[in-house]
Design a protein around this ligand. Structure first.
Ligand SMILES: Cc1cc2nc3c(=O)[nH]c(=O)nc-3n(C[C@H](O)[C@H](O)[C@H](O)COP(=O)(O)OP(=O)(O)OC[C@H]3O[C@@H](n4cnc5c(N)ncnc54)[C@H](O)[C@@H]3O)c2cc1C
Length: 357
């Protein structure tokens, strides 16, 4: 796909910014399981908190292709920060933008698209129960593993029936958060249980719309495919460099066909992941149906990155298994990708159902 000069400019700006600001920070974030508050403060002046949200609602007004390029560049350096941004932009801001009314967009979307942070909860009725009470709704229950749980200003709580969601302020009475889950990867994208104990949500915080859950997940699939493409690209670049530096049997290991073919396969998968993410983004920008394209992109890229990161560890030999190089981090971060935002089985079910329509 030929990029416009604006898309190239945004990609270059985010790449330079991510390399300068996140290279060292990403190691600290991963080692300590530290939520990247500092990193997020730095990205908001670049417009990355609402990149494809229209300017009238506080966003940068860029297209989804520019967003994919940006998320990929951030993920190359820090997949945790990229995942937090993906949740915020693709699940929270995009849902508000598509389904919110004018008042809700002005009240909630505009501050979120500037510098506030949103988290997203998709919950079965046996996880969070919703009871109408006059003009309000009463929320009771909890959801485990919520990215940015305890950190976000707003929570979009979407029951799995999928045609409505509730905007809950982070300081609402009755809302609390459990301990951070000790995840093996994406350690900076801290997840916590979010607990609703009689949380009252006013009627004006209810957003309704057919197909809301699947729309939100389709948006997210594009972003997660971009995160995967970024991790794959980082694993590839490190592996190419290492294969030229590391000598065995009197020559750089890059000269061995077994290594070259691994690198070529890694390139094929990183490249395909990026192309699929961009194609889904382009379809969305051109107002086409992007549902299948986003599912295919997420399915492919999340499986590819798991393989690519593993090959990166192997090319680095014993060093790949240490914290001297970031390959082991890429492999741990990659493991989350098939799980989050619609797991592999649910995407397969949905794609298969479409084949029999
Ligand atoms: C890093 C991370 C971040 C997360 N962030 C959020 C968040 O921000 N908000 C949020 O709401 N949730 C979040 N989650 C939760 C996530 O959405 C769920 O963990 C995920 O949907 C899987 O659900 P589960 O853990 O209950 O697994 P289960 O549904 O119990 O799955 C267990 C196993 O069964 C398989 N399986 C499930 N259903 C089927 C089926 N129909 N057919 C075949 N196999 C099936 C699964 O693939 C898996 O292998 C996050 C999870 C992780 C790991």
């Amino acid at each position: 796909m030929k990029l416009t000069s604006e898309q190239e400019m945004i990609q270059r700006m985010v790449r330079e910014f991510a390399e300068k600001e996140f290279s060292e920070l990403s190691v600290t974030i991963d080692k300590g399981g530290v939520y990247p508050t500092e990193a997020l403060q730095k990205v908001s002046p670049l417009g990355l908190m609402g990149l494809f949200i229209p300017q009238e609602y506080g966003g940068a007004g860029a297209d989804t292709v520019s967003y994919v390029l940006s998320i990929e560049e951030i993920a190359k350096v820090c997949a945790s920060t990229a995942t937090i941004l993906a949740v915020h932009n693709s699940l929270v801001c995009a849902t508000l933008n598509k389904f919110g009314n004018e008042e809700q967009k002005k009240k909630f979307l505009a501050p979120l698209a500037q510098e506030g942070l949103g988290a997203f909860i998709i919950a079965e009725p046996d996880e969070i129960k919703v009871t109408p009470e006059g003009d309000e709704y009463l929320l009771n229950g909890s959801k485990k593993y919520v990215t940015s749980g305890g950190e976000a200003e707003y929570y979009l709580m979407l029951p799995t029936e999928g045609d409505k969601c509730f905007i809950v302020s982070g300081d609402a009475d009755g809302l609390s958060f459990g301990d951070a889950a000790g995840t093996i990867g994406l350690r900076g994208a801290v997840t916590r249980p979010v607990i609703f104990d009689g949380v009252k949500v006013p009627g004006e915080n209810l957003i309704e719309g057919d197909g809301m859950a699947s729309y939100a997940l389709d948006e997210f699939h594009i972003a997660i495919a971009a995160v995967c493409a970024g991790i794959s690209r980082a694993a590839l670049e490190h592996s190419v460099d290492y294969s030229l530096e590391r000598n065995q049997f009197g020559m750089p290991i890059a000269f061995f066909q077994a290594i070259k073919w691994k690198l070529a396969r890694m390139y094929e998968k990183a490249q395909t992941s990026e192309i699929l993410a961009l194609e889904a983004a382009r379809a969305k920008d051109e107002k086409m149906n992007f549902s299948d394209k986003s599912k295919v992109a997420k399915l492919y890229a999340s499986e590819a990155v798991t393989w690519v990161a593993k090959q990166g560890v192997l090319i680095h030999g014993g060093t790949g298994y240490t914290r001297e190089v970031p390959l082991e981090r890429y492999a741990r971060d990659a493991r989350a990708m098939p799980l989050i935002g619609g797991n592999t089985e649910s995407i397969l079910d949905s794609l298969a159902a479409g084949l029999f329509d």
